[in-house]
Design a protein around this ligand. Structure first.
Ligand code: ADE
Length: 227
């Protein structure tokens, strides 16, 4: 799977992409992330990517020309052009079902905003899918793009060592419930012991216990997932 990220701050991504599972997936050729600096598509001397909003008001608005030029050039780099996504607090809320849809794409082109937002004509011309990672406002779309890349990469076959483990995650169990509690050694820590059933070796009992724990946790914390 290929990700192209269009951003004013490509350096933000380097630490994240050079560690752990993402790095392993990239090194193994299972995913590729290409960063594109939107500022390189400016044509004026000052490389201006933002300007004051028409009609007044605080903040700056990202200009239409560099973003549209950058997206069009990047989409032409390779086939297919890829699904175009704009990270924005006004977008459709990301959840695991949407992550599954996105992870099935061969290529995503992710556009990160900054400042007060995008010139509306960027959206009118490019018609991206707008995606939000939650009902809060970030300083920019970069952290949101990393969330999309991270969540999708877990579903690319081979990226996780153990194929089972993404299926056990919260929201990905068939029942759509939260994950059961996990334990490892030592058996006792500050008087807290591992539940006996997990030491029993009885796989049927363990599976039942985990299912029940998932249900109880979901009922307590996220009743909405049971409805
Ligand atoms: N940019 C700013 N806030 C955002 C959010 N919540 N989701 C995606 N992109 C954003």
């Amino acid at each position: 799977m290929r990700f192209d990220v269009l951003t004013l701050f490509p350096e933000i991504f380097s630490g994240y992409l050079s560690q752990s599972l993402l790095k392993k997936g990239i090194d193994a050729g299972l995913l590729a992330v290409h960063l594109h600096d939107i500022r390189r598509w400016t044509t004026d001397k000052h490389q201006k990517v933002d300007d004051r909003p028409f009609g007044g008001g605080p903040g700056m608005v990202i200009k239409v020309e560099p973003v549209v030029d950058c997206v069009e050039a990047v989409q032409k780099l390779v086939e297919p052009a890829g699904k175009l996504i704009l990270l924005s607090p006004q977008g459709k809320r990301l959840d695991q079902d949407l992550v599954k849809e996105l992870a099935a794409e061969p290529r995503l082109v992710l556009v990160c905003g900054r400042y007060e937002g995008f010139d509306q004509r960027i959206i009118d011309v490019l018609q991206p899918e707008e995606i939000s990672i939650g009902d809060y406002v970030l300083n920019g779309g970069e952290a949101a793009a990393m969330v999309v890349i991270d969540a999708c990469s877990r579903l690319i076959p081979g990226v996780l060592g153990d194929e089972q483990s993404s299926q056990d995650d919260s929201f990905s169990t068939e029942s759509g419930q939260l994950e059961f509690p996990q334990y490892t050694r030592p058996r006792e820590f500050r008087g807290l012991t591992v539940p006996e059933v997990l030491l029993s070796g009885d796989h049927g009992e363990i599976a039942r216990w985990r299912q029940e724990q998932s249900y109880l946790k979901t009922k307590e914390r996220r009743q909405d997932l049971l409805e």
